[in-house]
Design a protein around this ligand. Structure first.
Ligand code: AHR
Length: 662
């Protein structure tokens, strides 16, 4: 009996051992087509934080071009006889400068603009200088000379780009000329001289690269817009974030101020000027040159569904505890009208009031708006009581539009627990969740959405990024854990319909918030590892989830799963299976893949493996080393329906096979 027990024990032990040798086998059920993956699944979140718009994506190189900053000459240096005036041609930007003869042959009148951390220009490229001007004292013509000079360096003597412009009208008129620098300079100064003896008025002084994204005047910086397009995003959320709410209601993002001629779009403060005083940027304002028309156009051009977020009448609740800082529910009328008008601006016929504004700006066709978000990070009963009238009115007028509500600034906890049921009660179509969380959170949330109610609102993971504990900057480990977590988004594509990493952009000299997806200086940009994670998901999203299990359980990094996360999709357009596996550990793991259910005539071909990997967890791509960590693609082949995979430590891997029939 004793012996028998020992024998049984050792049999059980050897069974367990052989089981554990099998534990990492990932079984993909090829025949079980699951939830459809929404085209909007992986997208982009844009906010003018870290100089993302003015000084970044928006290609304008002149700061304070309309002289409307509260300190009207901020960003400018004047010399000679320059006077500030305030009765200009653009009623919402009334200031301009008057340049007059300084009264001596050897003296000069003019002004310099410092740009955003300098003005970055490239040798041989064309830059369009434009200005509104007039001759206030009449006469037939006066002249200005426009130069690009090295900042803080008069030693070189010569400007490296120079042009003259004749101003020939008493009436305000737009003039333009092309500058072609003969050197590349990241930090130049734009200098304008009065080059004749009379008096000239200048307003809305602008300098743009001619070669913008898609060649649009008032366009976008090409490398940055291209980086967005290269993701293949499904949704584009704009204009934020906290700037939607405003520090106060006056400074909330008001989309109506951002459309129509750029010269007459009023300036708005940017809260990211002062939110963190250790990263204080007193010259950070929103020119609204990149406004809602440009956002819609960009969405269209990068193939993403536009998702505008509007104020719900609550100014930032972090910054305002006084209820009077918010719009009373009974006074929400104009805010709700803003939402209705926005739908008309985006989709309405040219004959409608706001549809005409869009058409006059150059886009007669609809922008095909399907989603609208009301409120950003709101919380408490104040939010649902305001959201409700928006929902009722928008639903009635536009049942075709899906409405996104918010679950507040936290990924769990009291406010979150309160708001989700409220969003269900109000029947919001999607709920925006935000999580800037440390490594431990990302490692523990692989199964987050497995238990979500399948009948309630869908999830929009609208702002998220792994913020390393004590390491709130871009580094490989954080991105790897984002990739791991995202397997859970993908497995739950029936309930998660959108996900957007945040924030998107940061200027290396002007950031307020880290980590970010794309960094740039005045001339160059760099795609971080987090960028590549997003890109790999977006470009390999497939059309349907298919079950993938290890020991009959989803692979969520749970205990006993060796730090593995995995998901699988079928892509009906390319007839391929796409498997994503993340090894979050420092060990090489054996992870055999088995494609169950293939018919005898079905074969898997064209195997590709893409890996994003680094043993240096603190490393990331930088402006100096932009390609330090990038996805590496190899071809692989499979024996019938099984692939024996040895997965390196700290690796995000994608395996793809096309299914063909013999
Ligand atoms: O993405 C940066 C900020 O984080 C957003 O403005 C806000 O919504 C969140 O708190």
């Amino acid at each position: 009996m004793r012996i028998h027990r020992t024998l049984l024990g050792s049999l059980a032990l050897s069974a367990a051992l052989s089981l554990s040798a099998q534990t990492n086998e990932l079984v993909i059920q090829t025949k079980k087509l699951g939830a459809e993956i929404q085209p909007t699944m992986y997208g982009l979140f844009f906010e003018d934080i870290n100089y993302a718009a003015d000084g970044g994506l928006y290609a304008e190189l002149v700061k304070n071009r309309s002289f409307e900053f509260p300190q009207n000459l901020m960003g400018w240096k004047t010399f000679g006889k320059v006077a500030l005036k305030d009765d200009g041609p653009f009623e919402r930007n009334p200031h301009y400068v008057r340049l007059s003869d300084p009264g001596h042959e050897q003296k000069h009148t003019g002004l310099d603009n410092e740009g955003f951390f300098g003005i970055g220009v490239r040798n041989g490229q064309e830059y369009r200088f434009s200005v509104w001007a007039r001759l206030p004292e009449g006469g037939t013509a006066e002249k200005i000379r426009i130069e690009l000079v090295k900042t803080n360096s008069n030693t070189e003597g010569q400007p490296f780009a120079k042009q003259e412009l004749m101003i020939n009208s008493k009436e305000w008129k737009k003039y333009q000329v092309i500058l072609k620098p003969n050197m590349t300079e990241a930090k130049s100064t734009l200098r304008i001289f009065l080059a004749s003896k009379g008096t000239i008025d200048l307003e809305h002084v602008s300098l743009f690269p001619v070669d913008t994204w898609k060649g649009h005047e008032n366009g976008l910086r090409k490398d940055l817009a291209q980086a967005l397009a290269d993701i293949h995003p499904g949704v584009f959320r704009f204009p934020g974030g906290c700037i939607v709410e405003g520090t106060d209601l006056n400074t909330r993002y008001n989309w109506k101020n951002t459309v129509g001629p750029v010269e007459n779009r009023p300036l708005n403060e940017n809260r990211w000027q002062y939110t963190f005083t250790n990263r204080f940027f007193p010259d950070y304002y929103q020119s609204y040159g990149l406004g809602f028309y440009e956002f819609f156009l960009l969405s269209e051009e990068i193939g993403a569904a536009p998702l505008p977020i509007l104020s719900c009448g609550l100014s930032c609740q972090f910054q305002n505890t006084d209820p009077k800082a918010h719009v009373a529910v009974c006074d929400l009328g104009s805010y709700i009208q803003d939402a209705l008008d926005l739908i008309e601006f985006a989709n309405g016929p040219e004959t409608s009031k706001w549809g005409k504004v869009r058409a006059d700006m150059g886009h007669p066709a609809s922008f095909n708006l399907k989603f609208i978000g009301i409120g950003n990070e709101q919380w408490g009963p104040e939010y649902p009581e305001r959201l409700e009238p928006f929902l009722k009115t928008i639903r009635k007028a536009h049942p075709e539009i899906k409405i996104v509500g918010s679950s507040g600034p936290n990924s769990e906890g009291k406010d979150f627990e309160y708001l989700w049921p409220e969003m269900k009660r109000l029947k919001a179509d999607l709920v925006d969740e935000h999580f800037y969380r440390p490594e431990s959170w990302f490692l523990s949330q692989g199964a987050r959405y497995d238990k979500y109610d399948r009948k309630g609102p869908k999830v929009f993971a609208g702002e998220y990024a792994c913020h390393g504990k004590g390491k709130k900057w871009n580094h490989f480990h954080a991105s790897l854990l984002e990739a791991a977590f995202m397997t859970g988004l993908e497995r739950n594509a029936d309930v998660v319909h959108m996900a957007t990493y945040a924030p998107l952009f940061a200027h290396v000299e002007g950031w307020q918030w880290r980590p970010d997806m794309i960094w740039f200086d005045n001339l160059n940009s760099v795609r971080t590892v987090s960028y590549y994670v997003q890109q790999l998901y977006a470009q390999n999203k497939g059309t349907n989830v298919i079950p993938l299990t290890m020991n009959n359980k989803p692979v969520t990094g749970a205990e006993g799963q060796d730090g593995l996360f995995a998901s699988a999709v079928w892509d009906a357009t390319t007839h391929s299976y796409i498997i994503k596996v993340v090894n979050t550990t420092d060990k090489m793991l054996r992870v055999p893949l088995t494609f169950a259910g293939l018919k005898s005539k079905e074969v898997l071909t064209d195997g590709t493996c893409i890996k994003l990997s680094s043993l240096d967890l603190d490393k990331d791509n930088t402006i100096e080393q932009p390609f330090a960590i990038t996805p590496k693609t190899t071809t692989i082949s499979i024996l019938k329906d099984a692939l024996d995979v040895e997965l390196e430590p700290y690796t995000f891997a994608i395996y793809k096979f096309t299914k063909t029939t013999k």
